[in-house]
Design a protein around this ligand. Structure first.
Ligand code: ADP
Ligand code: MG
Ligand code: MG
Length: 486
């Protein structure tokens, strides 16, 4: 029989990070009984299959549900996370929701802030063109729906919770992350005594039902009982079950919308003979979603319609890295937020963010590139530049002396505490040193002056091996996780 194991009995060691800075003591699973791990791995894989913690596998497209599924990659046990920082992240969620809405209404701020980016980045430029067209026809979005996710890392040295980015389009994993919290609670209900871990320290996660509720309420506000919610999906989506967890929608690709969509005289949208009241984008955030003019025509058509867009083109633009950097400049938040305490709470989680026209910071980043991340205006993971590549990229841009630098921003690199953990992918479990990124979902719905929803809705913990620069579960860098409050 296996000896009772407690975390107290497990060695707690101080690990050295790459920089030689001693890190906080970590939960160390070195002493953990292998038989216990094997049992938990088996149970968790069965649990995933029974509860729909699944993604489409590599061999099949996302077109046919019910075949070719594999469990979503996940961590076997939740990541320790301080309760104070957890509360801080939850508390700022409604303030960020309100901020996004306010900024989205300031068309001039968006166009001005992105004017240099527009010249250097063709994709952002196309988005701005749609935004300009809506200004020209004086298009107003009275019902506004935001399903956001604000991502954070906990900087180990300063013990501060710093925002990585704000996602305003296609914020993924609301469906599956709710399940991972359930899975971890269930594992700890069964094995928590052996590990001296209490399942109640894993916060409940209702992201999926709250997002679904927000979509439903937007549908109600639109007030056409015969209408439906449409998800704009990628043609070869593997993460479709995460989307199906929110509701049963009609699913269309941008190309299909171009072929089947039409605007009625009153501005309402019909797609394939079906009235659409809410458009939920789970595609359209990356250049590869627009392989031809057809997709851009579809995006424009959707924007012109009276349907509620999640997100509208304005909300989409607010979520760009460039706007994140502009909002972090002195006195900019003050333009959009009245309450001084709210401003302080937002600013507290801003990391260092800089434009590349600041030559002092560019020189500093060339000297110490490991302290920076260089980011283009892209979403979906795998696009950032790290380490020596930052130096090379900055030098190349300096040499060119063109406007190309406006495609990027520079950000302070954040170094979270490293913990040892078990990661599961394709049924295989391996132990590694890992770091985590906490995403907090936020839902916002308003109709003119009436704010119907403004709330924090659950969370996404993503854990990746500490040797990897990038995050992203779908991109293959990270696994889904939950948190264990400490
Ligand atoms: P995307 O919109 O593509 O997700 P992110 O800004 O979230 O872009 O960057 C992708 C990943 O890169 C993050 O999930 C995180 O793992 C890593 N990353 C981004 N910014 C930083 C940073 N300032 N410090 C450390 N890691 C970062
Ligand atoms: Mg993003
Ligand atoms: Mg991200």
């Amino acid at each position: 029989s296996s000896q009772p194991l407690t975390l107290k009995s497990l060695k707690v060691r101080a690990m050295d990070t790459q920089e030689g800075v001693p890190s906080m003591p970590s939960f160390d699973f070195h002493g953990i009984d292998q038989k216990l791990v094997d049992r938990m791995v088996y149970d968790s894989l069965v649990w995933s299959s029974l509860h729909g913690l699944v993604v489409g596998d590599k061999s099949r497209s996302g077109k046919v549900p019910g075949v070719g599924m594999v469990h979503a990659p996940f961590a076997l046990l939740p990541m320790p996370f301080p309760e104070t920082h957890w509360k801080q992240a939850c508390e700022v969620a409604p303030i960020f929701n309100e901020l996004v809405d306010r900024v989205s209404l300031d068309a001039k701020f968006l166009q001005d802030s992105l004017s240099r980016t527009k010249k250097a980045d063709a994709f952002t430029s196309r988005l701005l063109d749609i935004h300009s067209k809506m200004l020209d026809i004086n298009k107003k979005e009275e019902i506004r729906l935001g399903l956001h996710r604000s991502d954070y890392m906990l900087d180990e040295q300063t013990k501060s919770l710093l925002q990585i980015e704000m996602n305003t389009i296609s914020s993924s994993f609301a469906g599956l992350s709710s399940l991972v919290s359930d899975l971890h609670r269930s594992l700890l209900d069964n094995y928590g005594k052996l590990l001296n871990l209490d399942s109640k320290r894993v916060p409940g996660n209702t992201a999926a039902s709250q997002f679904a509720d927000a979509l439903a309420k937007a549908w109600t506000e639109y007030n056409n009982p015969r209408s439906t919610v449409m998800v704009v999906a990628q043609a070869d989506e593997r993460n479709m079950y995460d989307q199906h967890w929110l509701s049963s929608f009609i699913r269309k690709t941008l190309a299909e919308i171009d072929a089947e969509g039409e605007l009625q005289a009153d501005g309402s949208l019909m797609v394939d003979g079906q009235a659409i009241s809410v458009i939920y984008f789970r595609a359209g955030y990356t250049p590869t979603d627009y392989p031809s003019e057809s997709e851009w025509r579809a995006r424009l058509l959707l924007e012109q319609s009276s349907a509620v867009k999640c997100p509208s083109i304005s909300y989409h633009l607010v979520g760009t890295k460039k706007i994140q950097q502009e909002l972090a400049k002195p006195n900019v938040l003050e333009r959009f937020v009245d309450n001084k305490e709210d401003i302080a709470k937002l600013r507290k989680c801003f990391a260092g963010l800089w434009s590349l026209d600041d030559s002092d910071i560019v020189n500093k980043a060339i000297e110490t590139p490991e302290l920076f991340v260089m980011k283009p205006q892209r979403e979906g993971g795998g696009n950032n530049i790290y380490g020596n590549d930052v130096r090379e990229a900055l030098k190349a841009l300096q040499k060119e002396g063109t406007e190309e630098d406006a495609a990027y921003i520079l950000m302070q690199r954040i170094f979270p505490t490293v913990f040892s953990t078990f990661l599961l992918r394709d049924g295989i479990c391996h132990k590694d040193d890992a770091i985590s990124e906490l995403g907090i979902y936020g839902a916002y719905l308003r109709n003119k002056e009436r704010v119907i929803i403004n709330e924090q809705c659950g969370y996404l913990m993503r854990t990746k091996v500490s040797s990897s620069d990038e995050g992203g579960v779908a991109a293959g860098f990270a696994v889904l996780d939950s948190l264990y409050l400490t």
